[in-house]
Unconditional design. Structure first.
Length: 401
């Protein structure tokens, strides 16, 4: 079967879990005997890839020559032309943010399956964070468009994402609202990563069309390794420190609370942050090949997200590396991270409780190791890519027919 994958953000090395996810999906579908062609725009850094890392599937770059040309309607038109040349048996829509409805419309003449990584069809603001006024938003754009009309102005400016907002004409109501509603009618099915996502998307999509397939992990890349004992306990924050919704501010407040009691820990961050504290250790950007070693050689991993993570891939990677994880009890995370069994979950945006749990785990080496061992077993039982891809094959074959 020839599978065309449309991804408006694909580049390698990646800058997010969604891109890592679709690269693995494309790779493993190819290993299962499908011919996979990944179509992506070539525009201002998009479409830049390491060919050797993506050698298992074909890459097609759709070129956009100037700013005005790269917008929602033009994107739909050019992608439709590219699909005619590829002539796939089925189209898998991947990362899209505000361009997602245009991607769906470009493929409406083929069997279409949509992979939902975030809440972009529910929330047009900033790639679908579904988060406003320091809490998870209970509304959605399809049902309550008037509540979303000016929300993007209140969240804060992020240049790359807000330019995307403008390029997609997401601010034009009712134009964009009509586009989104129309796009929902074409796909044969939608793939979500968690029960939480299925519940939220069932507000606008029939439940029979929603299929839960979680993200996966390569247990050979993220695996336990022996490491030497160090004077300071190493706490790893694996998220994008530049994104406040990932909770770096909460973790740093917890660190300040804990520093008053003890000074034998360091918080490792991989990106630059505008904070100075004696317990912060900047380790710089790490490649896809080296990040597994960071997980494996730290003592504890903290995922303190304050928005509803659709899945929470960084927590799963840490679990695969055999590490104890403390994560916020939000979104899809509690579906694979069970409090007290294979990790610790805490109330989001509560630095006092987070500091308390970190303090407890730092002093309990055997308990940390037990949690890490159970975490690794959880991954091996359910979340290896070799297992996840079979679920994709099943859904793709059933929906394409």
């Amino acid at each position: 079967m020839k599978v065309a994958v449309l991804d408006s953000w694909f580049h390698w090395p990646p800058r997010g879990g969604g891109i890592r996810d679709i690269k693995e999906v494309s790779t493993w579908l190819s290993k299962r005997g499908h011919r996979v062609i990944l179509l992506m725009p070539h525009f201002r850094g998009r479409g830049t890839t390491d060919e050797m890392e993506c050698r298992n599937f074909d890459l097609v770059r759709v070129r956009f020559s100037y700013n005005v040309h790269f917008n929602g309607p033009c994107f739909e038109k050019e992608m439709r032309k590219a699909l005619v040349k590829v002539d796939p048996d089925v189209v898998l829509i991947a990362n899209g943010n505000g361009l997602k409805p245009y991607m769906i419309l470009s493929a409406k003449d083929y069997p279409v399956i949509v992979r939902l990584y975030s809440y972009e069809l529910l929330c047009p603001a900033q790639h679908g964070v579904l988060f406003r006024e320091s809490k998870i938003c209970p509304y959605n754009f399809v049902t309550y468009p008037h509540r979303c009309a000016f929300c993007w102005n209140t969240i804060g400016f992020s240049p790359s994402l807000d330019w995307e907002f403008l390029r997609c004409f997401s601010f034009l109501y009712p134009f964009y609202h009509i586009i989104v509603k129309e796009s929902l009618g074409y796909p044969a099915g939608f793939i979500v990563t968690s029960v939480y996502m299925k519940r939220r998307f069932s507000e606008i999509i029939p439940r029979r069309k929603l299929h839960i397939i979680p993200s996966g992990v390569d247990p050979d890349q993220f695996k336990p390794i022996s490491s030497e004992t160090k004077a300071n306990k190493r706490i790893f924050f694996p998220g994008r420190a530049s994104d406040p919704l990932k909770g770096i501010g909460v973790l740093l407040k917890a660190g300040q609370i804990l520093w008053k009691k003890r000074d034998d820990f360091r918080i490792l961050v991989t990106s630059e942050i505008p904070y100075e504290a004696p317990f912060i250790e900047r380790i710089g950007w790490k490649s896809e090949r080296s990040i597994g070693k960071i997980y494996a050689t730290c003592d504890l991993v903290v995922v303190p997200s304050i928005w509803a993570e659709p899945f929470g891939l960084t927590a799963l990677e840490a679990m695969s590396a055999g590490k104890a994880v403390i994560a916020s009890e939000v979104g899809g995370i509690p579906e694979f991270l069970e409090n007290g069994k294979n990790g610790i979950t805490v109330q989001p945006n509560n630095p006092e409780v987070l500091a308390l749990k970190i303090d407890e785990l730092l002093d309990k080496d055997e308990y940390r190791q037990k949690l890490g061992g159970e975490a690794r077993e959880t991954v091996l039982r359910r979340y290896q890519w070799s297992q996840i891809v079979d679920e994709y094959v099943s859904v793709i074959h059933s929906l394409a027919s």
